[in-house]
Design a protein around this ligand. Structure first.
Ligand code: KG4
Ligand code: ZN
Length: 334
């Protein structure tokens, strides 16, 4: 079979990213424009600003990617795009741009779920081996799936309220750290000495998670200490919070590995960049003799290469989208 070159577009949040991916695996070129320094001033992503910046940058990022690959649109076999979940205005920019390219250059269009993209990021440097358990930990999602085969998803459990990344970001804010807070909380936690023993939220027999209670516990702890004019060791708050937040994830992952046959634990989403989480998950995988698969940092955070990787099985199955494809901000995996 001839090589398949997919041009992939990702614009679901605050990164405008375009990649050319060969056979769902080899990243020929990728360019990403990140808006973090703009949103940082506001303490979070401002949706209107994000979509305007996607509009301004998307053509530039496409041209830079083609240039890096030394390719033209004539070399491309299909256009893949993230159509959800994410910020509606941001998604619409990518979807409409991809539809336009598809019409103008007469290429098939492939609609990709952003979260499935995070899972398939693992096919770039490694290979998904089924059956597997996959954990999605991002700013908007905390979910656990069992996958028997390519593109079959059984939801085991998910957060009942906040996502783990959202919780990291909120704790970062009360500790006076910049957006995005996750990496800053992780950095602070490394210097923490004392364990304040926050309780693990969903200490039960389900696969579900909860993070809003933990966030309130941290807030109450800080406020109580402030009222008593007691010193707060920020690093120890970060350390104690992280220990509990990660324990919540690990308890459920361990239950999933105990109750399912799996070759891999695949971790996806922005929070998978966290080293403490990686170390704790590795310990569990060692016990259950399961391979831990986590992409390297540049494929963990939002990027278009993962969208190209997730589009490839759809290309092989000729699962193409119609030109009336619309963005779906609340899109689910199943
Ligand atoms: O997947 P992602 O890039 O965007 C979506 O939510 O789709 O994930 C972003 C989230 C943010 O909440 C960010 O704070 C968190 O991932 N994050 C981290 C780390 N790096 C990013 N959380 C904890 N530790 C990190 N090192
Ligand atoms: Zn993401």
């Amino acid at each position: 079979m001839n090589d398949v070159f997919i041009l992939a577009i990702e614009s679901s949040c605050d990164e405008t990213s375009v990649a050319i991916v060969k056979n769902g695996k080899d990243v020929i070129a990728m360019k990403t424009n990140t808006q973090i320094s703009t949103h940082e001033k506001y303490g979070g992503v401002v949706p209107e600003v994000a979509s305007r910046m996607h509009c301004e940058n998307i053509v530039i990022v496409l041209n830079e990617t083609l240039e890096e690959a030394n390719m033209t649109m004539a070399n491309i076999d299909a256009i893949a795009v993230t159509y959800g979940p994410g910020l509606l205005g941001s998604l619409l920019v990518g979807v409409n741009f991809a539809k336009t390219l598809s019409i103008v250059y007469k290429k098939p269009l492939i609609a990709v779920n952003h979260l499935i993209g995070h899972i398939y990021a693992n096919n770039i440097e490694d290979k998904l081996q089924f059956p597997l358990i996959t954990l999605i930990v991002s700013g908007g999602h905390t979910q656990l799936f069992y996958m028997k085969r390519d593109y079959t998803f059984k939801l085991l459990g998910e957060t009942l309220d906040d996502a783990i990344g959202e919780c990291y970001d909120k704790v970062a804010k009360v500790l006076g750290e910049k957006y995005p807070g996750g990496p800053n909380v992780e950095r602070l936690a490394k210097e923490g000495q004392e364990d304040y023993n926050f309780s693990v939220p969903m200490n039960d027999d389900t696969y579900n998670f909860s993070y809003s209670g933990l966030k309130s516990n941290v807030l109450n702890f800080i406020n109580t200490r402030k009222m008593r004019n007691e010193e707060i060791d920020k690093a120890s708050v970060a350390y104690s919070f992280q220990k509990t937040a990660v324990k919540e994830v690990c308890n459920k992952v361990e239950k999933a590995l105990k109750e399912h046959e799996a070759l891999q634990l695949v971790v996806a989403g922005g929070v998978s960049a966290n080293n403490y989480l990686r170390e704790e998950l590795q310990k569990i995988c060692d016990v259950y003799k399961v391979k831990l698969a986590i992409p390297s940092l540049k494929y963990c955070t939002d990027n278009a290469a993962m969208i190209g990787a997730a589009a490839y099985p759809k290309y092989l199955n000729k699962e193409f989208a119609n030109i009336d494809l619309d963005a779906e901000s609340g899109l689910n995996i199943c």
